[in-house]
Design a protein around this ligand. Structure first.
Ligand code: NAD
Length: 329
Protein backbone atom coordinates (compact mmCIF):
# COMPACT_ATOMS: atom_id res chain seq x y z
CA UNK A 1 0.00 0.00 0.00
CA UNK A 2 1.36 3.41 -0.99
CA UNK A 3 1.24 6.06 1.73
CA UNK A 4 2.03 9.77 1.27
CA UNK A 5 3.58 11.03 4.51
CA UNK A 6 3.05 14.80 4.88
CA UNK A 7 5.18 17.07 7.10
CA UNK A 8 7.77 14.29 7.12
CA UNK A 9 11.04 14.88 8.96
CA UNK A 10 14.12 12.66 9.05
CA UNK A 11 13.05 11.29 12.44
CA UNK A 12 9.71 10.17 10.95
CA UNK A 13 11.53 8.37 8.15
CA UNK A 14 13.92 6.74 10.64
CA UNK A 15 10.97 5.56 12.73
CA UNK A 16 9.03 4.05 9.86
CA UNK A 17 12.08 2.42 8.27
CA UNK A 18 12.84 0.69 11.56
CA UNK A 19 9.35 -0.51 12.44
CA UNK A 20 7.07 -0.58 9.45
CA UNK A 21 6.02 -3.70 7.63
CA UNK A 22 7.58 -3.83 4.17
CA UNK A 23 4.15 -4.00 2.53
CA UNK A 24 3.80 -0.29 3.31
CA UNK A 25 5.51 1.97 0.78
CA UNK A 26 6.05 5.41 2.25
CA UNK A 27 6.42 8.47 0.03
CA UNK A 28 7.90 11.23 2.23
CA UNK A 29 6.84 14.84 1.62
CA UNK A 30 8.40 17.67 3.59
CA UNK A 31 5.39 19.89 2.82
CA UNK A 32 2.42 20.43 5.11
CA UNK A 33 -0.95 19.17 3.88
CA UNK A 34 -3.10 22.08 2.67
CA UNK A 35 -5.51 22.50 -0.26
CA UNK A 36 -2.45 23.39 -2.37
CA UNK A 37 -0.43 20.26 -1.57
CA UNK A 38 -3.18 17.60 -1.76
CA UNK A 39 -2.22 16.66 -5.31
CA UNK A 40 1.16 15.36 -4.10
CA UNK A 41 -0.74 12.33 -2.77
CA UNK A 42 -1.83 11.26 -6.27
CA UNK A 43 -1.29 7.54 -6.82
CA UNK A 44 -1.37 6.73 -3.08
CA UNK A 45 -4.06 4.81 -1.19
CA UNK A 46 -3.56 6.48 2.15
CA UNK A 47 -1.91 9.51 3.68
CA UNK A 48 -0.15 9.99 7.00
CA UNK A 49 -0.30 13.41 8.70
CA UNK A 50 0.76 15.32 11.82
CA UNK A 51 -0.61 18.06 14.09
CA UNK A 52 -0.46 21.04 11.72
CA UNK A 53 -1.68 19.34 8.54
CA UNK A 54 -5.07 20.69 7.44
CA UNK A 55 -7.87 18.19 7.04
CA UNK A 56 -10.84 20.49 6.56
CA UNK A 57 -13.82 19.63 4.36
CA UNK A 58 -12.24 21.07 1.20
CA UNK A 59 -9.01 19.10 1.64
CA UNK A 60 -10.89 15.90 2.50
CA UNK A 61 -13.03 16.26 -0.63
CA UNK A 62 -9.90 16.72 -2.76
CA UNK A 63 -8.33 13.67 -1.12
CA UNK A 64 -11.46 11.64 -1.82
CA UNK A 65 -11.38 12.67 -5.49
CA UNK A 66 -7.76 11.41 -5.64
CA UNK A 67 -8.92 8.04 -4.31
CA UNK A 68 -7.43 8.39 -0.81
CA UNK A 69 -9.38 6.08 1.49
CA UNK A 70 -7.46 6.36 4.73
CA UNK A 71 -5.81 9.06 6.82
CA UNK A 72 -3.40 7.90 9.53
CA UNK A 73 -2.70 10.61 12.11
CA UNK A 74 0.66 10.16 13.81
CA UNK A 75 -0.60 12.11 16.85
CA UNK A 76 -3.30 11.91 19.51
CA UNK A 77 -5.12 15.25 19.02
CA UNK A 78 -7.47 15.47 16.04
CA UNK A 79 -8.74 19.07 16.24
CA UNK A 80 -7.32 19.60 12.70
CA UNK A 81 -9.70 17.02 11.17
CA UNK A 82 -13.30 17.62 10.05
CA UNK A 83 -14.58 14.30 11.37
CA UNK A 84 -18.13 14.81 10.05
CA UNK A 85 -16.84 15.46 6.52
CA UNK A 86 -14.58 12.39 6.67
CA UNK A 87 -17.57 10.26 7.72
CA UNK A 88 -19.69 11.63 4.90
CA UNK A 89 -16.92 10.95 2.36
CA UNK A 90 -16.19 7.47 3.73
CA UNK A 91 -12.54 8.27 4.51
CA UNK A 92 -11.23 6.16 7.37
CA UNK A 93 -9.33 8.11 10.04
CA UNK A 94 -7.12 6.53 12.68
CA UNK A 95 -4.84 8.15 15.27
CA UNK A 96 -2.29 7.23 17.93
CA UNK A 97 -4.36 7.81 21.07
CA UNK A 98 -1.56 7.21 23.56
CA UNK A 99 2.08 6.91 22.62
CA UNK A 100 3.81 8.29 25.67
CA UNK A 101 1.83 10.49 28.04
CA UNK A 102 4.94 10.60 30.22
CA UNK A 103 6.90 12.34 27.45
CA UNK A 104 4.49 15.29 27.48
CA UNK A 105 4.06 15.25 31.27
CA UNK A 106 7.83 15.32 31.84
CA UNK A 107 8.22 18.25 29.43
CA UNK A 108 5.39 20.05 31.24
CA UNK A 109 7.15 19.67 34.58
CA UNK A 110 10.45 20.64 32.93
CA UNK A 111 8.85 23.92 31.85
CA UNK A 112 7.54 24.54 35.38
CA UNK A 113 10.99 23.98 36.88
CA UNK A 114 12.79 26.04 34.24
CA UNK A 115 10.46 29.03 34.64
CA UNK A 116 10.45 28.84 38.42
CA UNK A 117 14.22 28.47 38.92
CA UNK A 118 15.00 30.59 35.83
CA UNK A 119 17.26 27.94 34.35
CA UNK A 120 17.04 29.58 30.91
CA UNK A 121 18.64 32.71 32.37
CA UNK A 122 21.12 30.90 34.60
CA UNK A 123 22.43 28.89 31.64
CA UNK A 124 23.36 32.05 29.74
CA UNK A 125 24.64 33.90 32.83
CA UNK A 126 27.15 31.26 33.83
CA UNK A 127 28.46 31.01 30.27
CA UNK A 128 29.14 34.74 30.53
CA UNK A 129 31.08 34.18 33.81
CA UNK A 130 28.26 35.93 35.68
CA UNK A 131 27.65 34.00 38.87
CA UNK A 132 25.40 36.58 40.58
CA UNK A 133 22.09 35.20 41.87
CA UNK A 134 20.05 38.42 41.73
CA UNK A 135 16.96 37.89 39.63
CA UNK A 136 17.12 34.10 39.84
CA UNK A 137 14.99 33.71 42.98
CA UNK A 138 12.53 30.83 42.73
CA UNK A 139 9.94 29.23 45.00
CA UNK A 140 9.51 25.74 46.47
CA UNK A 141 7.11 23.55 44.53
CA UNK A 142 6.47 21.62 47.76
CA UNK A 143 3.06 22.65 49.13
CA UNK A 144 2.06 24.75 46.09
CA UNK A 145 -1.35 24.27 44.48
CA UNK A 146 -1.38 23.14 40.86
CA UNK A 147 -4.57 23.30 38.79
CA UNK A 148 -4.80 20.61 36.10
CA UNK A 149 -7.42 21.18 33.39
CA UNK A 150 -7.92 17.78 31.79
CA UNK A 151 -6.99 14.65 33.75
CA UNK A 152 -6.80 12.12 30.91
CA UNK A 153 -3.57 10.32 30.07
CA UNK A 154 -1.21 13.32 30.10
CA UNK A 155 -2.98 15.16 32.94
CA UNK A 156 -2.73 12.03 35.07
CA UNK A 157 0.95 11.45 34.25
CA UNK A 158 1.60 15.10 35.19
CA UNK A 159 -0.38 14.69 38.42
CA UNK A 160 1.75 11.69 39.45
CA UNK A 161 4.98 13.65 39.02
CA UNK A 162 3.66 16.73 40.82
CA UNK A 163 2.43 14.68 43.77
CA UNK A 164 6.04 13.50 44.08
CA UNK A 165 7.03 17.13 44.52
CA UNK A 166 4.46 17.50 47.30
CA UNK A 167 2.06 19.71 45.34
CA UNK A 168 -1.66 19.98 46.10
CA UNK A 169 -3.75 19.14 43.03
CA UNK A 170 -6.95 20.88 41.99
CA UNK A 171 -8.44 19.26 38.90
CA UNK A 172 -11.15 19.95 36.38
CA UNK A 173 -12.47 17.52 33.76
CA UNK A 174 -15.78 16.49 32.25
CA UNK A 175 -15.02 12.92 33.43
CA UNK A 176 -13.65 12.14 36.89
CA UNK A 177 -10.62 9.85 37.25
CA UNK A 178 -10.51 7.57 40.29
CA UNK A 179 -6.73 7.42 40.02
CA UNK A 180 -6.58 11.20 40.44
CA UNK A 181 -8.77 10.91 43.56
CA UNK A 182 -6.54 8.11 44.91
CA UNK A 183 -3.52 10.40 44.37
CA UNK A 184 -5.25 12.97 46.57
CA UNK A 185 -6.34 15.29 43.75
CA UNK A 186 -9.63 17.19 44.19
CA UNK A 187 -12.08 17.97 41.40
CA UNK A 188 -13.36 21.53 41.64
CA UNK A 189 -15.32 23.93 39.39
CA UNK A 190 -13.11 25.85 36.95
CA UNK A 191 -13.74 29.11 38.82
CA UNK A 192 -12.23 27.62 42.02
CA UNK A 193 -9.29 26.13 40.12
CA UNK A 194 -8.53 29.53 38.58
CA UNK A 195 -8.90 31.36 41.90
CA UNK A 196 -6.77 29.00 44.03
CA UNK A 197 -3.98 27.64 41.81
CA UNK A 198 -0.38 28.88 41.92
CA UNK A 199 0.31 26.98 38.69
CA UNK A 200 -2.25 26.09 36.00
CA UNK A 201 -1.47 23.46 33.38
CA UNK A 202 -3.70 22.65 30.38
CA UNK A 203 -4.22 19.01 29.34
CA UNK A 204 -7.66 19.00 27.71
CA UNK A 205 -8.29 18.70 23.95
CA UNK A 206 -9.05 21.65 21.71
CA UNK A 207 -12.78 21.62 20.97
CA UNK A 208 -15.35 24.38 20.32
CA UNK A 209 -15.98 24.33 24.12
CA UNK A 210 -12.35 24.75 25.12
CA UNK A 211 -11.16 27.19 22.41
CA UNK A 212 -9.87 30.36 24.15
CA UNK A 213 -10.85 29.06 27.60
CA UNK A 214 -7.88 31.10 28.80
CA UNK A 215 -9.13 34.60 27.99
CA UNK A 216 -9.36 38.08 29.58
CA UNK A 217 -12.12 36.89 31.91
CA UNK A 218 -10.48 33.67 33.15
CA UNK A 219 -7.07 35.34 33.51
CA UNK A 220 -8.71 38.06 35.60
CA UNK A 221 -9.95 35.45 38.07
CA UNK A 222 -6.51 33.87 38.59
CA UNK A 223 -4.06 34.51 41.44
CA UNK A 224 -1.65 37.39 40.95
CA UNK A 225 1.63 36.07 39.55
CA UNK A 226 0.12 32.74 38.44
CA UNK A 227 2.22 30.36 36.32
CA UNK A 228 0.39 29.21 33.19
CA UNK A 229 1.59 26.19 31.18
CA UNK A 230 0.15 24.97 27.88
CA UNK A 231 1.48 21.77 26.33
CA UNK A 232 -1.89 20.82 24.84
CA UNK A 233 -3.07 22.90 21.87
CA UNK A 234 -2.34 26.57 21.17
CA UNK A 235 -5.89 27.79 20.66
CA UNK A 236 -6.90 26.88 24.22
CA UNK A 237 -5.33 30.27 24.93
CA UNK A 238 -6.31 33.67 23.57
CA UNK A 239 -2.73 34.83 23.04
CA UNK A 240 -3.58 38.56 23.03
CA UNK A 241 -5.31 38.18 26.41
CA UNK A 242 -2.25 36.38 27.78
CA UNK A 243 0.01 39.19 26.57
CA UNK A 244 -2.19 41.69 28.45
CA UNK A 245 -1.98 39.42 31.52
CA UNK A 246 1.82 39.41 31.30
CA UNK A 247 1.95 43.18 30.85
CA UNK A 248 -0.23 43.88 33.89
CA UNK A 249 1.76 41.30 35.96
CA UNK A 250 -1.27 39.06 36.54
CA UNK A 251 0.60 36.24 34.84
CA UNK A 252 3.99 35.79 36.49
CA UNK A 253 5.26 32.98 34.27
CA UNK A 254 4.15 31.55 30.94
CA UNK A 255 5.31 28.25 29.43
CA UNK A 256 4.09 27.34 25.95
CA UNK A 257 4.91 24.28 23.90
CA UNK A 258 2.05 25.05 21.53
CA UNK A 259 0.87 28.29 19.95
CA UNK A 260 -2.35 29.26 18.21
CA UNK A 261 -0.63 30.19 14.93
CA UNK A 262 2.15 27.61 15.17
CA UNK A 263 1.38 26.05 11.77
CA UNK A 264 3.30 28.87 10.06
CA UNK A 265 6.31 28.54 12.36
CA UNK A 266 6.88 25.32 14.22
CA UNK A 267 8.89 22.31 13.01
CA UNK A 268 10.90 24.47 10.54
CA UNK A 269 14.27 26.20 10.82
CA UNK A 270 13.36 29.84 10.14
CA UNK A 271 16.52 31.27 11.67
CA UNK A 272 17.49 33.16 8.50
CA UNK A 273 14.00 34.51 7.83
CA UNK A 274 11.85 37.39 9.10
CA UNK A 275 8.99 36.28 11.34
CA UNK A 276 5.91 38.33 10.43
CA UNK A 277 3.84 37.22 13.41
CA UNK A 278 3.96 40.27 15.72
CA UNK A 279 2.04 38.52 18.49
CA UNK A 280 4.57 35.70 18.64
CA UNK A 281 7.43 38.20 18.53
CA UNK A 282 5.89 40.14 21.45
CA UNK A 283 5.72 36.93 23.50
CA UNK A 284 9.44 36.41 22.98
CA UNK A 285 10.26 39.79 24.54
CA UNK A 286 9.10 38.79 28.04
CA UNK A 287 11.80 37.43 30.36
CA UNK A 288 9.26 35.22 32.15
CA UNK A 289 8.03 33.45 29.01
CA UNK A 290 9.46 30.11 27.88
CA UNK A 291 8.44 28.77 24.48
CA UNK A 292 9.34 25.43 22.96
CA UNK A 293 8.28 24.46 19.43
CA UNK A 294 5.80 21.62 20.05
CA UNK A 295 8.50 19.28 21.28
CA UNK A 296 6.81 17.85 24.39
CA UNK A 297 6.10 14.57 22.59
CA UNK A 298 9.65 14.34 21.20
CA UNK A 299 11.34 11.42 22.96
CA UNK A 300 12.87 8.24 21.53
CA UNK A 301 10.23 6.16 23.22
CA UNK A 302 7.35 8.27 21.89
CA UNK A 303 8.68 8.25 18.31
CA UNK A 304 9.01 4.48 18.43
CA UNK A 305 5.43 4.09 19.64
CA UNK A 306 4.11 6.58 17.06
CA UNK A 307 5.70 4.80 14.10
CA UNK A 308 4.70 1.37 15.34
CA UNK A 309 1.05 2.23 16.10
CA UNK A 310 0.68 4.27 12.89
CA UNK A 311 1.99 1.31 10.88
CA UNK A 312 -0.43 -1.01 12.69
CA UNK A 313 -3.30 1.37 11.87
CA UNK A 314 -2.33 1.41 8.17
CA UNK A 315 -1.87 -2.39 8.01
CA UNK A 316 -5.25 -2.92 9.67
CA UNK A 317 -6.84 -0.78 6.99
CA UNK A 318 -5.02 -2.72 4.24
CA UNK A 319 -6.28 -6.02 5.64
CA UNK A 320 -9.80 -4.72 6.28
CA UNK A 321 -9.51 -5.09 10.05
CA UNK A 322 -9.44 -2.58 12.90
CA UNK A 323 -7.04 -1.64 15.70
CA UNK A 324 -9.54 0.26 17.84
CA UNK A 325 -7.67 3.51 17.11
CA UNK A 326 -10.16 4.53 14.41
CA UNK A 327 -12.01 7.85 14.72
CA UNK A 328 -13.92 7.08 11.50
CA UNK A 329 -14.23 3.44 10.35
P1 NAD B 1 -6.91 12.33 26.80
O1 NAD B 1 -8.04 12.17 25.85
O2 NAD B 1 -6.36 11.11 27.47
O3 NAD B 1 -7.32 13.37 27.97
C1 NAD B 1 -7.98 14.56 27.72
C2 NAD B 1 -8.87 14.85 28.92
O4 NAD B 1 -9.48 16.13 28.73
C3 NAD B 1 -10.00 13.82 29.08
O5 NAD B 1 -10.00 13.32 30.42
C4 NAD B 1 -11.26 14.63 28.79
O6 NAD B 1 -12.39 14.19 29.53
C5 NAD B 1 -10.81 16.03 29.22
N1 NAD B 1 -11.66 17.08 28.71
C6 NAD B 1 -12.38 17.11 27.55
N2 NAD B 1 -13.06 18.28 27.47
C7 NAD B 1 -12.77 18.98 28.59
C8 NAD B 1 -13.17 20.25 29.08
N3 NAD B 1 -14.02 21.01 28.40
N4 NAD B 1 -12.66 20.65 30.26
C9 NAD B 1 -11.81 19.87 30.97
N5 NAD B 1 -11.40 18.66 30.56
C10 NAD B 1 -11.88 18.23 29.38
O7 NAD B 1 -5.78 13.11 26.01
P2 NAD B 1 -4.23 13.21 26.39
O8 NAD B 1 -3.50 12.09 25.74
O9 NAD B 1 -4.11 13.41 27.86
O10 NAD B 1 -3.84 14.54 25.60
C11 NAD B 1 -4.29 15.82 26.02
C12 NAD B 1 -3.97 16.83 24.94
O11 NAD B 1 -2.55 16.97 24.86
C13 NAD B 1 -4.38 16.36 23.54
O12 NAD B 1 -5.68 16.77 23.24
C14 NAD B 1 -3.37 17.01 22.64
O13 NAD B 1 -3.95 18.17 22.11
C15 NAD B 1 -2.21 17.39 23.56
N6 NAD B 1 -0.94 16.77 23.19
C16 NAD B 1 0.15 17.57 23.04
C17 NAD B 1 1.39 17.02 22.72
C18 NAD B 1 2.64 17.86 22.57
O14 NAD B 1 3.65 17.39 22.04
N7 NAD B 1 2.64 19.10 23.02
C19 NAD B 1 1.50 15.64 22.54
C20 NAD B 1 0.36 14.84 22.71
C21 NAD B 1 -0.85 15.42 23.03
Amino acid sequence: MKVAVYSAKQYDQDGFSRWADTSLQFQYLDTRLTADSVKLAAGCHAICVFVNDELNEQVLRQLSELGIEMVALRCAGFNNVDIAAAKELGIRIARVPAYSPEAVAEHTVGMILCLNRKLHKAYNRVRDDNFALDGLLGFNLFGKTVGLIGTGRIGLATARILRGFGCELLCHDTTLSNTILELGGRYVPLADLYAQSDIISLHCPLTPDTRHMINHYSIGSMKDGVMLINTSRGALIDTKAVISGLKNRKIGYLGLDVYEQEADLFFENLSDQMIDDDIFQRLLTFPNVLITGHQAFFTKEALQEISQITSDNLLAFASNTETGNELVN
